[in-house]
Design a protein around this ligand. Structure first.
Ligand code: SR1
Ligand code: MG
Length: 409
């Protein structure tokens, strides 16, 4: 039996052999080097490059437990989901995802473009860099991948077939637990609360029964409302950026769910960058300037999404009732409700739950981190409880500013 006929978790030296054996990207004289560069919670990511030329690829392989903790048993089929989602997204939103060169269902790995000339957006935002084209690129990605995989546009039988291909019980369970349930009641005892914030969180979050009721409704929406093929984990760690380019990666959580799950993730993670900038940029003028750019980006993400969504609806809707007067507006309002709700859920779970974000954990000053967490959680409660009141980008920004005003520096 050949070495790669049976699954095993590869080491860098295996990946070099694998690439030589299975791909024709590198020439026969290539002098290959490989390094494991993954810093996500789930998978192993290998960069392979030829020392003699500029050629390089990424090989991403899944193990059967999460990197973050063996407690999470996760089907290695997520690698297929990721590869198929990337290929579909490349057709729907060309240029906005890496190219896939090979998916290997035995080794559970995918070979794709190396994006080393980009940087992960979260890291770049923590360095307070600006990306003027990001809002335009990400809204094109979201409108095209969401609306064009929904019943508004797709033949309903084909959509149901596609939804079956993206059934992903293990990864959905992670989201159900880590995003919707545990942040608000810690029923598995896995939350990691910043110690100085413990009492505040117990009172303001775990003690808020109205919040828990709204989150319960949202969890059932996530589990039952298969609107579109969502990316399922569209935070700034799943996005590579350059000033002139945006590439969305990591759609292993892709699943038929509410569209607002993706839009809300993008908005929430821009607010994390805002909270970081507010806490860590010492110079007031520099701080105001960077926050102004983030604020404009958040406003543009919401407002451009709406404008492009309406345009794409009018151009592509095939469902006969989609043209009923008032229906498009009603549908978009449901997406905005979910955008607000998921903004609140993501802001909460990244502060209270097991999977944190560096924007917050890297704030070294204890008092400033405490304040940043309380601002995010206070705004989060408003996004969740009053989710039907967020209709424009300015509405989202105003709620965050209201929360900031409650915690003066
Ligand atoms: C056990 S996985 C934890 C988190 O990492 C992924 O990136 C998803 O965001 C998931 O919720
Ligand atoms: Mg990921």
């Amino acid at each position: 039996m050949a070495k790669y006929d049976q699954y095993f978790l590869m080491k860098p030296e295996d990946v070099i052999e694998y690439v030589k054996d299975q791909l024709d990207v590198f020439g026969p004289d290539a002098d290959l080097e490989c390094k494991e560069i993954g810093d996500g919670n789930l998978n192993y990511v290998f960069r392979v490059w030829d020392r003699k030329s500029s050629a390089s690829v990424i090989v991403k392989q899944s193990g059967d437990t999460a990197r973050i903790s063996d407690e999470f048993k996760v089907s290695i089929d997520r690698n297929r989901i990721e590869a198929e989602a990337l290929m579909l997204e490349d057709r729907l939103a060309p240029g906005l995802v890496p190219k896939v060169y090979k998916y290997d269902p035995v080794m559970n790995c995918t070979v794709m473009d190396d994006l080393s000339d980009h940087q992960i957006m979260r890291g770049a935002l923590i360095k307070h860099e600006k990306f003027p084209l990001f809002a335009d690129h990400i809204t094109t990605f979201m409108v095209n991948t969401l609306l064009l995989t929904s019943d508004v546009v797709m033949d309903h039988k084909e959509k149901k077939d596609l939804a079956r291909r993206f059934g992903s019980p293990d990864l959905c369970e992670i989201t159900e637990d880590l995003v919707y349930t545990e942040p608000f009641n810690d029923y598995k005892g896995r939350n990691i609360v910043f110690p100085p914030n413990k009492e505040w969180v117990e009172r303001e979050i775990y003690g808020d029964q109205e919040l828990l009721l709204e989150v319960s409704k949202l969890k059932f929406d996530f589990m039952t409302r298969g609107q579109a093929l969502i990316h399922g984990d569209l935070h700034t760690g799943s996005i590579f950026v350059r000033p002139d380019s945006t590439k969305v990666i990591d759609p292993e959580f892709a699943y038929y769910g509410p569209m607002g799950y993706d839009t809300g993730n993008v908005v929430a993670n821009l607010f994390f960058a805002w909270a970081n900038a507010d806490a860590t940029i010492a110079d007031p003028a520099e701080r105001a300037d960077y926050i102004q750019w983030l604020e404009k980006t958040i406003v543009d993400v919401v407002d451009l999404f709406k404008a492009k969504f309406v345009k794409a609806w009018d151009e592509h809707a095939t469902e006969v009732l989609a043209r009923t007067p008032g229906f498009r507006e009603w549908y978009l309002d449901t997406v905005l409700d979910d955008t607000a709700a998921v903004t609140g859920l993501e802001l909460s779970r990244r502060i209270l739950g097991i999977a944190k974000v560096k924007d917050i954990t890297s704030i070294a000053d204890e008092a400033l981190r405490l304040r940043a967490e309380r601002i995010c959680l206070t705004a989060a409660k408003e996004y969740i409880k009053k989710r039907t009141q967020f209709r424009t980008g300015a509405d989202f920004v105003a709620a965050f500013r209201r929360a900031m005003a409650q915690f003066p520096r």
